[in-house]
Design a protein around this ligand. Structure first.
Ligand code: ZN
Length: 235
C-alpha cells in the first residue's frame, strides 16, 4: 500500500538498539488534518509512525527504525519504554463515534504489512489503553478489535471454545485476574479498578460492575493462548 510521505521532526533513537515488538493503536481525538499538523509540530513533541485519515489515506510520519513519541508512560509485558519497542499508528477518530470504514480498510492493509515485515504475531497489536491503563482510553470502545482478530491482525479470546468452559466458572479473584492479564501483557503498575477498566474497554466494551466470572474466563484464555514473550526484552 502506498503511504504519503509527511515527515515529522518528533523522533529519536530507539534505546539500547531495540526493534519493533509491538504495534500500538491510537485514535486522534481530532480531525485527521488537525492531527497531521499536530503530530508534525515540534512544539507539540508528539508523533507516530503512521496516521490514517478518515478517508483512508495513509501518511508516513516517522521512519520505522526511529523511536516515535506516541505511547508515553506505561508498560506492556517486559517493556516499560513502550516507544522504544513499538510502532505507533494514529487513526482519525473523535473517540466517541464509529471508525470510518475506509480508515479501517487501510489499517488492515497496514497491519498485515507491518506484522509480516517485522515478523510479529497478531498478539503484538495492542491499544494505547492497554499499555497505559487509567491514563489513556484509545482506541476506545468503538474500535473493532474482534474484526481485526478475525482477519488475523489481533487476538480475541473465545472462552466458550476452550476446555475450561466446561469447568465451573472461576470465582472472581483480583489477584489471579491480575496474574493472568500480566501473562498476556498487562504489566503497568495500576490499581485493580484501572486494570479491569482497561481490559473491559478492549475485550468487554459496555460491561460494568465488579470483577466477575466472565472477566476471569477471558483472562485465563488470553494468558494461555497468547503469553507475552518474557525473553523478548533481552533480545
Ligand atoms: Zn494514544
Amino acid at each position: 500500500m502506498r503511504a504519503l510521505s509527511h515527515p515529522s521532526p518528533n523522533h529519536g533513537a530507539r534505546r539500547a538498539g531495540q526493534v519493533p515488538r509491538l504495534i500500538v493503536l491510537h485514535y486522534t481525538a481530532m480531525e485527521g488534518a488537525a492531527a497531521l499538523a499536530r503530530l508534525c509540530d515540534p512544539a507539540a513533541e508528539v508523533s507516530a509512525h503512521y496516521l490514517i485519515g478518515e478517508d483512508g489515506r495513509l501518511f508516513a510520519l516517522v521512519p520505522e527504525d526511529r523511536r516515535a513519541w506516541h505511547a508515553g508512560a506505561g508498560a506492556w509485558g517486559p517493556w516499560d519504554d513502550v516507544n522504544s519497542v513499538s510502532l505507533g499508528v494514529e487513526i482519525a477518530n473523535p473517540g466517541d463515534a464509529p471508525y470510518a470504514h475506509r480508515a479501517m480498510m487501510t489499517l488492515a492493509s497496514l497491519l498485515a504489512d507491518l506484522l509480516a515485515r517485522h515478523r510479529l504475531p497478531p498478539s503484538s497489536v495492542i491499544g494505547h489503553s492497554d499499555c497505559a491503563p487509567g491514563r489513556k482510553s484509545d482506541p476506545g470502545p468503538r474500535f473493532d478489535w474482534r474484526g481485526l482478530a478475525r482477519a488475523g491482525l489481533s487476538v480475541w479470546p473465545e472462552p466458550e471454545a476452550e476446555a475450561e468452559a466446561r469447568a465451573p466458572a472461576p470465582a472472581p479473584d483480583p489477584g489471579r485476574f491480575r496474574a493472568d492479564l500480566a501473562a498476556f501483557g498487562y504489566t503497568a503498575p495500576v490499581t485493580d479498578a484501572a486494570l479491569l477498566a482497561a481490559f473491559r474497554l478492549r475485550f468487554r466494551p459496555g460491561a460494568a460492575g465488579p470483577l466477575d466470572a466472565a472477566d476471569m474466563a477471558l483472562a485465563v484464555a488470553l494468558a494461555r493462548r497468547w503469553p507475552v514473550d518474557p525473553g523478548a526484552a533481552r533480545a
